[in-house]
Design a protein around this ligand. Sequence first.
Ligand SMILES: [Ca+2]
Length: 350
Amino acid sequence: MKKKLLTFLLPFCLDISSSDAFSQARRFVKPSSSGEADGSSWENASDDLQAMIDAEGTEEVWVASGTYRPVRPLDNTTLYQPLNRKNAFVMRPNVRIYGGFAGTETTLDARNAGTRSTLSGDMGIDDFVVDGVSKTIRGTNSYHVVVSVNDVGSALLDGFIITGGNADSDAIINVDGWNVRSSEGGGFYVGQSSPTLSNLVVRNNHSTGLGAGGSVYWYSQANITRSSFLDNTTESSGGGLSISDSEVTLTHCEFKGNTAVRDNGGGIAVWSSLGKISNTLITGNTASNGGGMYFYRSSTEVVNTTISGNTGLGRAGIYSFGEPVARFKTASFGGTATMRLAACPNLRTH
Ligand SMILES: [Ca+2]
């Protein structure tokens, strides 16, 4: 009889053990900490997102609605320096970060799909903010809001608004051997890294160099899905997004109201890259050349994508320069879109 009882209890005990391991792998973050503040549950939520991303054994971080500002410099996230402009949220290998929770959910699917948490570079809390986004950046802001460098495996960022990044410095910040440029990627900066970025709104970020909303660099293979790039402004090229020497898969995205003040690609600028852009809307963007999109020696495939109503002094819709060229399939062009057809022998408009 005793032996039978042990046999019965054993699976039960094992289940308790795996449940403990599970809770350590998942961390919980709220705008204000509660209980033990160790991130072990919603009741004991931490208010320090980066600390939870960095914590031993973290596989997932669940983030409640609200606004979070980076408080740790991206080259040393053990430091707590709330007003250091080098601060950013740094993605880590195989850590999945989910935002938009009410703060009571027990399953991922219970999230309200339309709700996102906000990651803001406005560390001085002195921007002109409307509906949670930095309509006018002023005072103190971080150079980048989110950074991913080197191999991050299956790392994921899902369910966030990214706003108020201001990459306006010539500083180079070395992170684990990779030099992050503080003039590029105000919203997010990806260097030799392959994170998945989904369900994001990248809005009202600024840069003096490439990619105000996002900058993707050097053999990166980022996947960007179901995300909007809105009202980002660069003084250089790639208002919404800049892709350089990389292979990016962009699916079900929107680029609207982004500006490249001096140069190329109001919505997207692509340099010497591969990749695919599909089921995406690119409208209302402005640049000197290529209001919607700019391609330099890139064989990007553009599929089921609408490029319409963009403005530019040279080539309002698309500007493609040099070989190889971007390939368009079932893309549509409207409004003031024009193309430099001579440089796009493979261009198809329908
Ligand atoms: Ca500010």
